[in-house]
Design a protein around this ligand. Structure first.
Ligand SMILES: [Zn+2]
Length: 456
């Protein structure tokens, strides 16, 4: 299944490659080039990544990444966080600050420190320019088409096994696999630099060892994760290298995590809904009641779900993850005062988060008030790459039958998913139906983004 998806990726790239001019690894040499490449790569990959449209998860991941980013020499590189649906224990970084995390990692991670260790490792790959260096190391890959370069980046970023790599690249580009020859050294380097950053950000460096311990355990398990293991054969070896390093590190005070321990456990339960938690060493990670609440929610038994939620200890309900569940439930049961209070609490602590604004959109829909929250437009100007914003606009447009907004939302959705022609069509529909008296700037914004994509 995974291989098929990657094969499709290659096919998709080959069909668009004709009009793409020759690119070289040097396009990744500057941070600007890297960001432009990364955004183009994301557009072509996005619909195949299995993204989870979960504003809370995305905001949280962004907050974690921002906290770590200052520990690296990454300048003003923007961070694009992607919450992914895959059950596999994996995360990846792609050029230009794109970081994706599978929800499968939460099956095994027991603390925020451990997810931070994974993110620190991924950001270290970016800070050390491993994609660029990997491409440079392969002479025959010094120039190529967007198809071949993007294929290599996809392979490095998602670290697929050898078989998958040949599938991605095929034919002439098969030589490019040598670009990955240094990946073992890169893994060690990312561990080493990542663990220092982890400590600098106020987390115990031991968390990196714990993550490598999980990798080692997976190694000794069945052949289930074969593709993953074939590219990460060093779990045990990496761990002993790292343990020696961690032992030499000075003990420093650890900072306050973004989520409390109870909050993280709850977040973990939400992320692993429908999955079987494999290591239940942590009694707090008992997700039974949370999964039951979510199950009732999915089967539209909102009142029963809320009753169960209200039976949870106050310390569990009064977490950010708890508030996120409360918002979803009370919007459906019509307890709008509770919804508002929960939204305001999150917004108070995290003013930059998009989740409260998106929740306000859904609240207006539930209340039948056809008025877009003012700050939604501001977020759209600043963070147009956030798919969840446009999905919220589409829900609003559909609820109140506002076609011009629906076309706008679909135009962005298509653009972010690499469907340029469809995006143009939606833009022209939006233009035709846009009320004359209305602010025209949203149309200009979409047009500008389309033109930017086209010039790449
Ligand atoms: Zn790595």
């Amino acid at each position: 299944m995974r291989k098929l998806a990657l094969l499709l990726l290659f096919v998709a790239f080959t069909t668009t490659a004709e009009r793409a001019s020759a690119l070289s690894a040097d396009d990744l040499a500057t941070r600007e080039g890297e960001i432009a490449f990364g955004q183009a790569w994301l557009k072509s990959m996005r619909s195949r990544l299995g993204e989870r449209i979960d504003p809370f998860c995305t905001d949280l991941l962004e907050t974690w990444l921002t906290r770590l980013k200052n520990q690296f020499d990454l300048g003003t590189m923007p961070m694009t966080a992607l919450c992914l649906n895959s059950q596999e224990f994996n995360a990846f970084a792609a050029p230009g600050g794109i970081v994706g995390v599978n929800r499968g990692v939460y099956l095994d991670l027991k603390s925020e420190s451990e997810i931070m260790a994974i993110l620190a490792h991924e950001l270290a790959h970016l800070a050390q320019r491993h994609h660029y260096r990997g491409l440079r190391n392969s002479e025959r890959m010094s120039t190529g088409t967007l198809a071949t370069l993007a294929g290599v980046v996809a392979a490095i970023a998602t670290r697929q096994g050898q078989a998958a790599q040949s599938l991605i690249m095929g034919g002439q580009a098969a030589n490019a696999t040598s670009a990955l020859a240094y990946s073992r050294d890169y893994e060690r380097e990312a561990d080493r630099i990542g663990v220092t950053a982890l400590q600098g950000a106020g987390y115990p460096p031991q968390a990196m060892s714990q993550v490598l311990q999980v990798l080692s355990e997976k190694q000794s398990q069945s052949t289930r994760d074969l593709a993953f293991l074939s590219t990460h054969p060093l779990g045990i070896e990496r761990q002993s290298d790292l343990d020696a390093r961690v032992a030499q590190m000075n003990q420093t005070d650890t900072g306050t995590p973004v989520l409390s321990a109870v909050d993280f456990s709850l977040f973990r339960c939400i992320q692993t809904e429908g999955l079987q938690i494999s290591y239940t060493t942590n009694p707090e990670a008992n997700c039974g009641s949370i999964h039951k609440i979510l199950e009732l929610y999915r089967s539209e038994q909102y009142k029963d779900a809320l009753v169960l939620f209200d039976q949870l200890p106050l310390s569990t309900r009064n977490t950010f993850s708890g508030l996120d569940i409360e918002i979803a439930l009370t919007i459906k049961t019509g307890d709008f005062d509770r919804t508002k209070q929960a939204i305001d609490t999150i917004a108070l602590f995290y003013p930059s988060w998009l989740q409260p604004t998106i929740a306000r959109v859904d609240l207006t829909i539930a209340q039948g008030i056809a008025e877009l929250p003012r700050e939604l437009r501001e977020h759209m100007v600043q963070r147009p790459e956030r798919l969840d914003l446009w999905r919220a606009l589409a829900r609003f447009a559909q609820a109140f039958k506002q076609d011009h907004l629906l076309f706008e939302a679909r135009g962005w959705d298509a653009l972010l998913n690499g469907k340029l022609e469809a995006s143009k069509t939606q833009l022209s529909r939006a233009r035709d139906s846009w009320p004359k008296s209305l602010d025209q700037r949203p149309l200009e914004l979409l047009e500008k983004a389309i033109n930017q994509t086209e010039s790449l």
